[in-house]
Design a protein around this ligand. Sequence first.
Ligand SMILES: Nc1ncnc2c1ncn2[C@@H]1O[C@H](COP(=O)(O)OP(=O)(O)OP(=O)(O)O)[C@@H](O)[C@H]1O
Length: 361
Amino acid sequence: MAVIRADNLGKSYGSKVAVIDLSFQVNPGSVTGFLGPNGSGKSTTMRLMLGLDNGSGNTTYDGQPFQSLNQPMRHVGVLLEAKPFHPTRTARNHLRMLAAANGISTSRVDEVLAMVGLSTVSNGRPKKFSLGMGQRLGMAAALLGDPHTLILDEPANGLDPEGIQWLRNLLKQLAGEGRSVFVSSHLLSEMALLADQLVVIGRGRMIASGQVTDFIRSSDRTSVIVRSPDIERLGPKLAELGGFVEADPEDTGAESGLPRYSVKRLSIEQVGDTAYELGVRLHELFVREATLEEAFLDATERDQEFSGIELPPELAGRQPPSTGAAGPPGQATRRPYGEPEVRPSDGSDREPPPTHDGDRR
Ligand SMILES: Nc1ncnc2c1ncn2[C@@H]1O[C@H](COP(=O)(O)OP(=O)(O)OP(=O)(O)O)[C@@H](O)[C@H]1O
């Protein structure tokens, strides 16, 4: 099963730089999600990985470039956005032709048609297929050679909810068999269910790579929630340790008279241990994780090439934490106990995004 290694990929279209010095690895046995805002260079990267675009850098599949793979369909299954279906050939004949050209047994054609749920329409012409059926046929072509590696650009495009669930189960199963699956998608909630690893880019550059769980934890929207009758003692100590403590913006106060506080930049273990060391009582302690969508929007907000889309208010224009003087809870709700440790170096009042796996700019 193949490791994909992409090294220093780069591509410009005239003066437009699409991808810059992008390096990452995709490991067998996992689904690696490829995320980035519109126009960030995902499709260009995938084409570079397959030698379909002229650019810099190189990509290897277990040490071999795509061009030197013998019978590449047996090694790497590919689904790109543009699907080269013949206008009059039936779906089955399209796959038979691909199989014949790549030394694959034609008996595999009916297998993959069944895998993608197109057996009953296999004599139909792709030009009459819906977008979702076209995606399924594209998946059938990608799977034809039973490859150990899959590179899929937006495979969920046009699929209905049942189709998306089918695709998720299929990709997880393929990864579970030890294959390397590299997949781009705009459906972040779906990616959260599907991917184990992420590569996140913005304006053609690496923003983050690593485990999905680490990416979410590194988001400033992930916080440790604490409720304590001794918050006046605990809060300043957490701030001293680098935590950013404020009244929990989501606290409705419905459960008890004691307010909840939100602690960012410290782990739940650090908060719990600090409370223990101070002899401070805790009535509640849990982690409220960001969603993948929130973490993604935070990580890429400076890299949106096309910002015409209005984000919902809760995801847009996040205010930086107040730098005002610290005060005890009750007197200055939603004010920090201490200054955030990390300050922007450019003099702006925006916090720098959290680093992740050392890959952040
Ligand atoms: N053939 C081309 N000629 C000129 N510019 C191009 C070409 N293909 C892509 N670009 C530009 O390169 C950048 C990256 O495009 P790319 O399609 O790789 O992004 P993407 O992340 O796949 O976008 P999307 O999510 O919208 O599909 C964009 O600014 C795009 O306009």
